[in-house]
Design a protein around this ligand. Structure first.
Ligand code: FES
Length: 102
């Protein structure tokens, strides 16, 4: 069953950037894009790199290790060397707090 986990204050999600948060036993990357918040796993699906150390351009996060890019809205892998999409999570904002559904 879906569990909504309190992640971070909405004000602490940087616009046009990415921040890592611990949600339950998972590390999640949160992205602020055009006033919306998106959530993915923080670990790249290709190797041992954290997406929070990557570069966000629009809706695309670029992995810092081999420059693979994911769309943060649906987790789609956009280019090589990525073969697997990254997991995304539903986000809800309530009373200035970001909740992530795990
Ligand atoms: Fe992310 Fe290789 S570890 S592209």
């Amino acid at each position: 069953s879906t569990q909504w986990i309190k992640a971070i204050a909405r004000a602490d999600v940087p616009e046009d950037d990415v921040i890592a948060v611990q949600a339950g036993d998972r590390e999640i990357a949160l992205y602020g894009v055009e006033g919306e918040v998106y959530a993915t796993d923080n670990l790249c699906t290709h190797g041992n790199a954290r997406l929070c150390d990557g570069f966000l351009t629009g809706h695309e996060i670029e992995c810092p290790l081999h420059q693979g890019r994911f769309d943060v809205r649906d987790g789609r892998a956009l280019c090589s060397p990525l073969r697997e999409n990254v997991m995304t999570y539903p986000v809800r904002i309530e009373d200035g707090i970001v909740f992530v559904a795990l």
